[in-house]
Design a binder for this molecule. Structure first.
Ligand code: 5GP
Ligand code: ZN
Length: 119
């Protein structure tokens, strides 16, 4: 069923605290933790606790939860004191675009120059 935990999903395991992570924010519906392989001085992943494979399926299946993820991305940027200098929120979607974990997640990137267009 949509949103149910998946046994083979790394981020469901992080939600269940079966895999450790450096958590920076938590709400009833979301978790934010530092990326294990940071691409910028601030690199935090914001995920819904419920399992959806990507951002579009999250928005289609649980629009309020998608909004929770976006709101939390903004809250992370404020907490990391990056909201003023700017930050980027990225949802890689599909392996061709670099998605490696198929549990929806927002990358919050900041703290260095962010080129446009991104690579
Ligand atoms: P994607 O490539 O799917 O857009 O993003 C997945 C992200 O998860 C990558 O940036 C990767 O570094 C991060 N990641 C992979 N495994 C772990 C882990 O075990 N812990 C944490 N904190 N991040 C992870
Ligand atoms: Zn999952």
């Amino acid at each position: 069923m949509a949103g149910e935990p998946q046994a083979d999903c790394l981020f469901c395991k992080i939600v269940a605290r079966e895999v450790p992570a450096t958590v920076v924010r938590e709400t009833e519906t979301t978790l934010a933790f530092r990326d294990i392989n940071p691409q910028a001085p601030t690199h935090v992943l914001v995920i819904p606790k419920a399992h959806y494979p990507d951002a579009a399926s999250l928005a289609a299946g649980a629009p309020e939860l998608a909004a929770d993820v976006l709101r939390e991305a903004g809250a992370v940027a404020v907490e990391e004191k990056t909201a003023g200098s700017g930050y980027r929120v990225v949802f890689n979607t599909g392996s061709g675009a670099g998605q490696t974990v198929f549990h929806a997640h927002a990358h919050v990137l900041a703290g260095r120059g962010l080129e446009w267009p991104p690579g």
